[in-house]
Design a protein around this ligand. Structure first.
Ligand code: NAD
Ligand code: UFG
Length: 336
């Protein structure tokens, strides 16, 4: 069974990907420092998959931890999720973000090249597109200057990956540009666990419905969109997890150095109000919300052109916005 190191594998997207890797007959080796996750996730992964999960608690900036893992396991590849992701915090503490997000990638690339581990799937983000002029965005849409140090770390990491593959380091790399991941595993055993007040829309919706937050504020309804609220491409985390399995399998079949980038979204844009309405309808819950001022720095509208990932990786999403809203709510309720 091929072993794949998953950095940040106890986190939101990494944990769901671990489930899908096991389903595909691959063995995840999870490395996480638990800076933004809970060790219980590992037990939950065992419950869902019925398999023992190899887990290392450690920092992927720490070369000695990586070397210990490589001595014990022959790794076929790495899926690198580990990063800090709070946009606001990144503007206050940029070095924390550059050190962790860029530093960990550099350490990993050294480690992979010295240990002849060929395949890497990297977590990038649609944030690299900023506010695009033409929609939907394809992978050829020009990237824009990042709005935040967090966004810049994704852009820098993508550039590092292009350069390292050109240098013939014996690496095959795919960067996946995620749109807005939402939803949870249908078992409600794993899901997104925001620490403190959520910044993102869907955790704020579910926490409001659960009574943890008094009300949701919609940041602006006077944008140039169908109902005035911002538009995003909300992708179910299980579909996103499946994209990683497809990306890894595709890379693993290649014989030469390789770099490519793929959008991972549904290909549809939904407004903030549509998301709220879908949540209310599918769950039979009334949400307390109000319209507030615009949030500075918000992209007005973005959604993915997914033709490339459909055609090349043979990936298409299977879940609807309603599935995402149901699974997110079931997950929130399971936390009580
Ligand atoms: P998450 O915070 O839930 O997961 C990241 C995990 O990495 C956490 O468990 C954290 O403890 C761990 N971690 C952080 N730094 C580490 C380090 N140095 N060593 C070991 N472990 C470390 O976040 P997520 O939503 O699962 O995001 C995963 C990746 O996807 C990140 O790279 C993120 O930037 C990217 N991404 C996320 C979104 C999103 O909206 N969730 C969108 C686009 C891209
Ligand atoms: N929103 C509200 N009220 C809230 C929270 C969000 O109206 O309480 C709105 C936002 O204004 C935005 C939409 O909901 O219009 C989505 O906001 P999110 O914060 O959930 O998502 P963003 O697309 O703004 O940003 C997210 C991550 C970024 C990442 C980006 C692209 O937070 O880190 O997706 O992947 F870069």
């Amino acid at each position: 069974m091929k072993k794949i190191l998953i950095t940040g594998g106890a986190g939101y997207i990494g944990s769901h990907t671990a489930v899908e890797l096991i389903k595909a007959g691959l063995e995840p080796i999870v490395l996480d420092d638990l800076s933004n996750s809970n060790p219980q996730v590992i037990d939950r992964l065992k419950e869902i998959t019925g398999k023992e999960i190899t887990f290392y608690q450690g920092d992927c900036n720490d070369r000695s931890t990586l070397d210990t893992i490589a001595k014990t396991h022959q790794l076929a590849g790495v899926i690198h999720f580990a990063a800090f992701k709070a946009v606001g915090e990144s503007t206050e503490q940029p070095l924390k973000y550059y050190r962790n997000n860029v530093g960990s990638l550099i350490t990993l690339l050294d480690f992979m090249s010295e240990n002849k581990i060929p395949d890497l799937v990297f977590s990038s983000s649609c944030t690299v597109y900023g506010q695009p002029e033409v929609l939907p965005v394809t992978e050829a849409t020009p990237r824009q200057e990042a709005e935040s140090p967090y966004g810049n770390t994704k852009k820098i990491c993508e550039d590092i990956l292009i350069d390292i593959v050109k240098s013939q380091a014996g690496l095959r790399v795919i960067s996946l540009r995620y749109f807005n991941p939402v939803g949870a595993h249908p078992s409600s055993k794993i899901g997104e666990l925001p620490i403190g007040k959520p910044n993102n829309l869907v955790p704020f919706i579910t926490q409001t419905a659960a009574g943890i937050r008094e009300k949701l504020t919609i940041f602006g309804n006077d944008y140039d969109t169908p109902d005035g609220t911002c538009v995003r491409d909300f992708i179910h985390v299980m579909d996103l997890a499946d994209a990683h399995v497809k990306a890894f399998t595709y890379l693993n079949d290649k014989s030469k150095d390789f770099y490519d980038v793929f959008n991972v979204g549904t290909g549809n844009g939904n407004t903030v109000l549509e998301v709220i309405q879908a949540f209310e309808k599918v769950n039979g819950v009334k949400l307390n919300y109000e319209i507030g001022p615009r949030r500075p720095g918000d992209v007005v509208k973005i959604w993915a052109d997914t033709k490339k990932i459909n055609a090349v990786l043979g990936w298409t999403p299977s879940k609807t916005l309603e599935d995402s809203m149901r699974d997110s709510w079931n997950w929130e309720k399971s936390l009580k």
